[in-house]
Design a protein around this ligand. Structure first.
Ligand SMILES: Cc1cc2nc3c(=O)[nH]c(=O)nc-3n(C[C@H](O)[C@H](O)[C@H](O)COP(=O)(O)OP(=O)(O)OC[C@H]3O[C@@H](n4cnc5c(N)ncnc54)[C@H](O)[C@@H]3O)c2cc1C
Length: 113
């Protein structure tokens, strides 16, 4: 295995299946075509939570800080679940399960009013 860093992928080649990627080295501008049997798109770790600044607590990466027992944020009446939260792992089932936990807690909250 070899890591290719500091490059921009400019093209994904293939017909029915991917068979190569083309990338440009950001320092040298050298363009390379690399034969591959598949690709995995890693879209990054920063959540789109800019609009929540000042509404709920965010950590240094912009993840919504939650109580992992209830999904509550620090602002009363606001819950959060999914990849935008500061839980350690981000996967479909975790996001879905956390949303159900939030719903359970919202249910309790409404019924205790
Ligand atoms: C390439 C890739 C492969 C993955 N493979 C797996 C896997 O095999 N198994 C697995 O369990 N998990 C996998 N994951 C992780 C999984 O996709 C996430 O954990 C899951 O989608 C999180 O769900 P979510 O609802 O929290 O966020 P998302 O699915 O990201 O949904 C958030 C939604 O909010 C929308 N949105 C963002 N900002 C705003 C806004 N301001 N206003 C309105 N809407 C907005 C977005 O457009 C998006 O539709 C993978 C992720 C990636 C990127």
């Amino acid at each position: 295995m070899r890591a290719v860093k500091n490059v921009e992928i400019t093209e994904v080649k293939g017909d029915k299946f991917v068979n190569a990627i083309v990338y440009r080295d950001k320092e040298t501008n050298k363009v390379t075509e690399l034969p591959v049997g598949g690709i995995f798109v890693e879209i990054g770790q920063l959540p789109n939570t800019e609009f929540l600044k000042g509404v709920v607590d965010l950590n240094d990466y912009g993840h919504v800080v939650i109580d992992p027992r209830t999904q509550k944020t620090n602002t009363q009446g606001i819950w959060s679940a999914g990849d935008c939260t500061d839980v350690l792992y981000h996967q479909n089932n975790i996001a879905a399960g956390d949303a159900v936990r939030a719903l359970e807690d919202i249910f309790q909250y409404i019924h205790s009013k």
